[in-house]
Design a protein around this ligand. Structure first.
Ligand code: FRU
Length: 576
């Protein structure tokens, strides 16, 4: 007992050497505090991914400002993540430059990472790298980081959220973990782009609060000030994921840079635990806002004139489409006089895991009437890595521009990158086409994506290029490298099918679910196949929009050879 007391006293007095370094107070075998010296922008926190999450509470002048979960390194440092101290100070004091006493209170999870017994907290690997700093190095360290697809600078990303277009800028929010490259601490990150190719990270836009972490949702540009927060205000709805899932609102009067949470949150509630992912559209015929969200096995529609008070309209979907998983991230829009519901489902995809189905029909502002057979499932993309796809609000010229999350819940946390995990698929424009008496959604890469490639064929395959293949009939296209790694795309004109085989594409062993062949119907013959290659993805489209297949790959060196049997290939490299 005496020794134990002495041990705690020594620990409690322990101070890291440098005068302005943080002070570590070890308080028990699973509890410590860090007192942070004033005047620094970041606290750098070393992570070890194989650990369990530790629970961290950040206080300013003894007031709790922030809670997060982070896997602090015990045995080795995988990478470091920044805790934005300036933002914490601003949260409590109103200005980044204000003074305040910051204390980080850490409850360590001692269930893993310590097989040999209870390693004292003081010996944890994290302390070697825990430091205050005014910079955080985001220089890319990943060979598989895409060149022309959106990725977070660091940390984990899943669904695209709250996308809108305003004043020439595309705004993309996303499910973001700023404290590690695995799913946790859901926050809306924010990126902007003028051309849908080059993205700037704008920071964390909406952060966890008393109602929970911030799950997926949508934004609208309130051009006529229906909500009363100003003309052109951005109104965002998201799921507050706390003890239950509820829908909350936040608004922004500076184009998404900063948000104010609505005082009357939560706005919509349910007794069903899976109740999430609100998407809002303007319904011109009834001159009201419509909110669609997923409630486990179906979607729900609500209407509103002021974006604050919502009336329940109807449910759709219980008896329609695929139900092998939970319904998530719905969207609804009109194209060529018909209405389409996008509905993401996980698991239950055509090749396992996550995928996007859709329904065709009519929507009168109250109720969706489906024209597909209840047993029919239409998939938007026949790849393995296309999920949570939703559209931008207020896109120019009435376009329906969508962006997928380019991964699959089956292995998203295991893919062999560390600094960041997951990219978005290239932006696509949706339209419709008819085939054998049925209506389908067509998918084409957005014109901004084409504009990024050279006009003239360059002939050399690279890790950021597009290959156009003119097809006459059956064809096999093989992309390979000197290591013998390859992706094989096969078109069978008679069966009207196209497939992509990534079983030998490079690193495939990180998950048994990863090495697969994916196959898509082509709805008649296809003439021009377009293959978009980036460092860790291959997306194929038929130029007429009838085929979309999005798959990620991890070649140990870029594919530099293209062989085509049964067609002619032209290679276009990224121009800017
Ligand atoms: C879909 C999803 C959403 C949820 C979010 C949480 O990928 O499960 O339903 O809002 O991810 O990150």
């Amino acid at each position: 007992m005496k020794y134990l007391k002495l041990f705690f006293t020594i620990c409690a007095l322990a101070v890291f050497s440098a005068a302005n370094a943080q002070e570590l107070l070890v308080l028990s075998e699973n509890h410590a505090m860090l007192r942070i010296p004033a005047g620094h922008k970041y606290l750098l926190m070393p992570v070890e991914e194989s650990q369990e999450y530790d629970y961290i509470r950040v206080s300013v002048d003894n007031k709790l400002v922030k809670e997060l979960n982070c896997k602090l390194a015990v045995n080795k440092i995988d990478y470091t993540v920044p805790l934005n101290l300036a933002r914490v100070i601003k949260e409590e004091k109103g200005s980044e430059d204000a003074k305040g006493e910051i204390v980080i209170d850490i409850t360590f999870n001692r269930s893993t990472g310590n097989p040999g017994g209870r390693m004292p907290i003081r010996n944890f690997a994290c302390w070697k790298g825990t430091k205050v700093s005014n910079t955080f190095d985001i220089t890319n360290r990943e060979k598989w980081r895409p060149v022309y697809h959106h990725t977070p600078n660091y940390g984990w990303m899943n669904d695209p959220n709250g996308m809108f277009y305003k004043d020439g800028i595309w705004h993309l929010f996303f499910q973001f973990n700023p404290y590690g490259s695995q799913w946790e601490n859901m926050t809306w990150g924010h990126s902007t782009s003028k051309d849908l190719i080059h993205w700037n990270y704008e920071g964390e836009a909406i952060e966890r609060d008393a109602f929970g972490t911030i799950f997926s949702g949508s934004s609208v540009v309130d051009t006529s000030n229906t909500a009363g927060f100003g003309k052109g205000a951005i109104i965002s709805y998201y799921t507050s994921a706390g003890q239950s899932q509820t829908q909350s609102m936040a608004y922004s009067t500076d184009n998404g840079k900063t948000f104010t949470k609505y005082a009357a949150n939560p706005v919509l509630t349910s007794e069903i635990p899976d109740f999430r992912d609100p998407k809002i559209i303007w319904h011109e015929a009834t001159k009201r806002w419509i909110l669609i969200l997923a409630e486990k096995t179906h979607v729900k529609f609500y209407s509103s004139t002021d974006l604050k008070n919502w009336t329940f309209e109807s449910n759709f979907g219980e008896e329609y489409g695929n139900h092998d998983g939970v319904w998530e991230c719905p969207d609804i829009f009109e194209i060529n006089g018909k209405w389409f519901i996008l509905l993401n489902i996980n698991p239950g995809g055509p090749f396992g895991g996550s995928a996007t189905q859709y329904f065709v029909g009519d929507f009168d502002g109250h109720k969706f009437t489906c024209e597909d057979e209840p047993t029919e499932t239409k998939w938007l993309d026949y790849g393995r890595d296309h999920y949570a796809t939703v559209s931008f609000n207020n896109a120019p010229d009435g376009r329906i521009v969508v962006i997928p999350w380019m991964s699959n819940w089956q292995y998203a946390a295991q893919v062999p990158t560390k600094q960041y995990r997951s990219a978005n698929g290239i932006p696509r424009d949706l339209s419709s086409f008819d085939y054998k008496g049925e209506t389908y959604l067509s998918v084409k890469p957005s014109k901004e994506v084409y504009a990024a490639f050279s006009k003239k064929a360059t002939g050399h395959l690279s890790n950021a290029c597009r290959v156009d293949v003119q097809l006459k009939g059956n064809a096999t296209i093989t992309l390979s490298n000197s290591k013998g790694e390859q992706v094989v795309i096969s078109y069978n004109a008679k069966n009207e099918k196209i497939s992509m085989d990534r079983t030998k594409s490079g690193e495939v062993g990180f998950s048994a679910e990863f090495p697969v062949v994916t196959t898509s119907p082509t709805y008649g013959k296809i003439k021009t196949l377009q293959i978009f290659i980036d460092s860790s993805s291959i997306e194929i489209f038929d130029a007429a929009g009838k085929v979309a297949m999005t798959n990620i790959v991890f070649p140990t060196e870029p594919y530099n050879i293209v062989k085509v049997k049964g067609g002619k290939a032209k290679v276009f490299n990224l121009a800017k």
